[in-house]
Unconditional design. Structure first.
Length: 179
């Protein structure tokens, strides 16, 4: 039971990035179908990434973990810059119009799950159980984030975009400082 509680807390921590980014993407008024698909994809990636990380284990610990933070930070910073530049234009630059955009989103917010999978393998933890919990919670957080973003967008439009961009900048700084 203690492990399950620990995995739930880990899942919440891992899902915060997905939630934050989902709020921002939700401001683009994503349809119901894409909301569900994206939530499921994030959940699947949060299951498979720790499993893959666990399999790879110690061999890439020193190489990939450092780069995962840099990659995630860079992606968040690029998206923030795109958001701020889109304020000058009437159309939104960010979109999830293609399936590979959804996959990229899910992959990006799941990179930290890969690192956690490596750590879990070091402690001989139950990665399947952890991955299942990560999957369920991250899918829920993504869904809620997309819905909240849609609501915020209706109320606050450009101001919400600016706040969302600043959230991404802060997230990118967090990842850059972790490298």
């Amino acid at each position: 039971m203690e492990k399950i509680i620990l995995y739930i807390f880990m899942a919440v921590g891992l899902s915060v990035d997905a939630f934050s980014l989902a709020v921002i993407y939700g401001m683009n008024k994503i349809g119901k179908k894409k909301t569900i698909i994206l939530s499921i994809l994030v959940g699947l990636f949060h299951f498979f990434m720790p499993c893959i990380g666990s399999i790879i284990g110690i061999n890439l610990l020193t190489v990939f973990v450092d780069k995962a933070n840099f990659i995630a930070g860079s992606v968040f910073l690029i998206i923030a810059i795109e958001m701020l530049s889109s304020l000058k234009e009437e159309e939104k630059i960010m979109s999830l119009s293609k399936f590979y955009h959804l996959l990229f989103f899910a992959f990006t917010v799941s990179l930290d799950s890969f690192s956690v999978g490596i750590v879990l393998s070091l402690g001989h933890e139950t990665v399947i159980l952890a991955g299942t919990i990560f999957s369920i919670i991250s899918a829920m957080f993504t869904y809620l984030g997309l819905k909240l973003g849609k609501f915020v967008s209706k109320k606050y439009s450009n101001k919400a975009t600016i706040v969302g961009a600043w959230i991404l900048i802060i997230l990118s700084l967090k990842y850059f400082m972790a490298t």
